[in-house]
Design a protein around this ligand. Structure first.
Ligand SMILES: *Cc1c(COP(=O)(O)O)cnc(C)c1O
Length: 427
């Protein structure tokens, strides 16, 4: 069968209307769904029949959009969550509980680091953090008998490190656990981690997938390749009966392709309720319809801005994996051959003071705690998100005081460069 391209999936995936049905995905703005008999509804509660009964668990609008994202990632099932934070929490907590252990790349989004290192630790889940540049020996040494998953980001926010997905997948599988990859920055348009061995993919859809700064959201996709039954002792939640669902064993009833997402919906969404509203799912879908077109432009602008900055005398360092000579360029050629994303980070020779003076002079690029938007924005972590840290602590964390993270939007690259140029001239 002809394999559809990612662009076609972005536009048409997940929803095929029948005769006389809405061309655009309908917003099913209803918390609840009607049935003729209690028996009909009982079957839904027992997961004996597919269908909708309450939007906290599932809603048709969300399912259309989740199906599109799953198709884009080359997965077998997907679900939406209220935020990227909820997506990562659900993906991890669906596998690990009190007394378990995780192996996690140390180069990840600050919110995810906090979730894992502080909040999940309070829940009794221990984590060993490893460098994204670790050797096989260092990586393998991080595992324990109670390790339940490995986690990393394809391109880390904000450090812009690139994960060696194959290396991390190999180690995870050698220890009988899945690899979860947060693919927020490249999106499936630029990288499909499942094709490189990842088992589960997560997203903050708040970023490029939405792309217009309108809706906070998240998504989880299962690649359907991890054999839970072959590691039944490690994953009793998937391979033994769930008493809260009439003794259903997810891996038996829903198979490798459906067990993970069904359990995640039936247990975690039911109990934590971090659902995305159907209205937000509709906005997200509008973003997805142009994702393949926008990613190209974000990458083109990111590359042009990175090259301009690299050649500027007031800039001491630029991180962008599209630059030859960048520490992650080789890895990017393998995993991100068509481009990475629009986020560039750089340091000024003048440090923190120069960074804040320069940013004040920018006219197009706004100062925001956001990335991956149509409008260019920038942030100096040292004076905002990481304000509580001393210069020494910042340097240790790989976030020097003068570091600026710039998210190149969809404007004309000549204008972005002119804006940067005039702002750099003021310092
Ligand atoms: C923003 C972000 C998150 C958190 O997502 P929210 O939608 O803000 O909850 C997780 N991972 C990465 C890589 C992110 O950039």
């Amino acid at each position: 069968m002809h394999q559809q391209g990612k662009g076609t999936i972005c536009v048409q995936g997940g929803y095929t209307p029948g005769n006389g049905e809405p061309r655009q995905i309908p917003i099913v703005q209803s918390t609840t769904f009607k049935y003729a008999t209690s028996e009909d509804m009982g079957k839904l509660f027992d997961l004996e029949a597919p269908g909708y009964f309450y939007t906290r668990l599932q809603n048709p609008t969300n399912d259309y959009v989740a199906a599109k994202i799953a198709e884009l990632e080359g997965g077998t099932a997907g679900m939406l969550t209220s935020s990227g934070q909820a997506a990562n929490f659900f993906a991890l907590f669906n596998l690990a509980s009190c007394g378990d252990h995780l192996v996690v790349s140390s180069s990840i989004y600050g919110g995810t680091f906090n979730l894992i290192a502080v909040t999940m630790k309070k829940m009794g889940i221990e984590t060993t953090f490893v460098s994204p540049d670790c050797t096989d020996e260092e990586l393998n040494a991080a595992f324990r008998p109670n390790t339940k998953a490995v986690f990393g980001e394809t391109i880390a926010n904000p450090a812009l490190t690139v994960l060696d997905i194959e290396q991390f997948a190999r180690a995870a599988h050698a220890h009988g656990v899945p690899l979860i990859v947060d693919n927020t920055f490249p999106t499936p348009v630029n990288c499909r981690p499942i094709e490189w061995g990842a088992d589960i993919v997560t997203h903050s859809t708040t970023k490029y997938m939405d792309g217009h700064g309108v809706a906070v959201g998240g998504a989880i996709v299962d690649g359907g390749k991890f054999d839970w039954m072959a590691h039944a002792d490690k994953f009793p939640g998937l391979t033994t009966p769930d008493d809260s669902y009439h003794g259903i064993t997810y891996a038996e009833k829903f198979g490798m392709g459906g067990a993970f997402i069904t359990k995640c919906t039936a247990q975690l969404m039911r109990d934590f309720g971090s659902i995305q509203s159907p209205q937000h799912a509709f906005y997200l879908n509008l973003g997805l319809e142009s994702l393949h077109v926008r990613m190209k432009r974000h990458c083109e602008n990111g590359q042009a801005v990175a090259e301009f900055l690299q050649a500027h005398p007031k800039v001491s360092r630029v991180s962008y994996c599209g630059l030859p000579g960048d520490r992650y360029h080789e890895r990017a050629l393998k995993y991100l051959p068509n481009g990475s994303c629009g986020v560039v980070s750089f340091e000024l020779t003048g440090g923190r003071e120069a960074a804040s003076a320069m940013m004040k002079a920018l006219r197009l690029a706004a100062i925001e705690t956001h990335v991956a938007d149509a409008r260019t924005c920038c942030l100096n972590p040292a004076s905002s998100t990481h304000r509580q840290m001393t210069d020494e602590q910042l340097a240790e964390a790989g976030i020097p005081a003068g570091l600026i993270r710039m998210s190149c939007g969809l404007e004309d690259k000549e204008d972005l460069i002119a804006d940067l140029s005039q702002a750099l001239d003021t310092i």
